[in-house]
Design a protein around this ligand. Structure first.
Ligand SMILES: NC(=O)c1ccc[n+]([C@@H]2O[C@H](COP(=O)([O-])OP(=O)(O)OC[C@H]3O[C@@H](n4cnc5c(N)ncnc54)[C@H](O)[C@@H]3O)[C@@H](O)[C@H]2O)c1
Length: 360
């Protein structure tokens, strides 16, 4: 990206977005940064000393299902994060997940190309491989999307392949499960959950026997990968690239994650459910391609740092809620609360209170 480039980031007001905006502000100092978000979780700030959107040049409160044309005007790169972002939400709002994560993503990619953007970065997911024992999945492995969320990601990848050309370079970053501190922290992610449980109740309860594998990535390293994808030349990986973005050493067994938390927060107990039936939701991912193509943007955070930053972040906000699994730290719970109060309708559109109601 040249000085003066315009970068549009959709879904910037979630968990990953604030760190991405801050990272891009540093990596592309002269760029104009524009955000587009529905703002579902805008009020869920965690330890922020300023509103993260202050680092943007422009913030649109808008729905990617009806992206205002003006948001794409003159844009050079689009980083598309906006989504219904996990399996529980995808199961609860299956059609909406298809509409936002798949149909709208394809429309945004098409509109970006028509508007003259040169780069499109899509936040995809390693969940496209499904869960099962076996060798670490690489980009040539069979796909096995098991949920509405995983299907929405792979359907998008497959629908945008043909849009790519040397002037519109597409990178689908298949991220593993995120972790780490953010100005809009989520605790519905495995490592974050463990650290929160350790801080609030000095006890981690592992629901399985602790043996399943999970690949992880810190949010700071996600931002690094996104920077790489924005700047990627088609000579490195081609016009269209779907790539596992992470680091092979970050394939962890669940019990090792809990032990790593205990090293940072001693005096906690770890309950493993030895009677649990084998958890089939286990998988490992191979990140060799990412290490070959992006040698200067490799993940740099180590697990201990991620845990320490989460611990400090939670302590800063005086976190002590043992019942956080039914709190506003869970994305699904926030949406359910907005629905209950009739602030959003069944399509997850804002209801215009005091104006013409848009109820469904
Ligand atoms: N968190 C993870 O573990 C992880 C892993 C792999 C991929 N990803 C992907 O990264 C992206 C960001 O994830 P996150 O953890 O920050 O999720 P998040 O739920 O915290 O944030 C998603 C953001 O998208 C916005 N959004 C949702 N629907 C929208 C719409 N119709 N129009 C405009 N904005 C809308 C939300 O308001 C929210 O701010 C998602 O695409 C997610 O699928 C996340």
């Amino acid at each position: 990206m040249n000085t003066g480039s315009k970068i549009l980031i959709t879904g910037n007001m979630g968990y990953i977005g604030p760190g991405v905006v801050s990272h891009l502000r540093t990596s592309f100092p002269g760029a104009t940064l524009i955000g587009v978000d529905m703002g579902y979780f805008g009020h869920c700030l965690t330890g922020a000393t300023f509103v993260p959107e202050a680092r943007l040049d422009v913030q649109y409160f808008a729905d990617v299902r009806a992206l205002p044309t003006v948001a794409l005007k003159g844009v050079d790169a689009v980083v598309h994060l906006a989504a219904i972002s996990n399996d529980p939400m995808g199961n609860a709002y299956e059609k909406v997940t298809c509409d936002i994560n798949y149909k709208a993503s394809v429309s945004v990619a098409k509109a970006a190309k028509e508007a003259g953007a040169q780069r499109f970065v899509f936040a995809s997911s390693c969940s496209v491989y499904g869960y099962a024992e076996g060798a670490a999945r690489d980009e040539t492995s069979d796909l096995n999307p098991l949920t509405a969320y995983a299907k929405s990601k792979i359907n998008t990848e497959q629908a945008i392949v043909n849009l790519a050309d040397e002037n519109f370079v597409i990178t689908c970053l298949r991220f593993p499960t995120a972790c780490g501190m953010s100005s809009r922290l989520r605790l519905d992610l495995v490592l974050n959950d463990f650290v929160a449980a350790a801080v609030a109740s000095k006890k981690i309860s592992i629901l399985s026997d602790g043996t399943p594998w999970r690949p992880l990535i810190d949010v700071k390293d996600m931002a690094r990968a996104i920077e790489w994808a924005i700047a990627r030349s088609p000579t490195i990986g081609g016009d269209f690239l779907a790539i596992n973005a992470g680091r092979s050493e970050w394939n962890y067994q669940i019990r090792d994650l809990a032990e790593a938390v205990r090293e940072v927060i001693p005096d906690i107990t770890i309950d493993v459910n030895t009677d649990a039936p084998p958890d089939k939701r286990t998988y490992r991912v191979n990140f060799d391609m990412y290490s070959q193509l992006a040698p200067n943007h490799q993940p740099q955070v180590d697990l201990r740092q991620s845990i320490l930053e989460l611990k400090r972040g939670l302590e800063t906000i005086g976190f002590n809620d043992e019942h956080f699994r039914v709190s506003d730290f869970m994305r699904l719970k926030i949406l359910a609360g907005l629905r209950e109060r009739e602030l959003i309708n069944s399509r997850l559109e804002w209801v215009r209170v005091g104006g013409r109601a848009n109820r469904a």
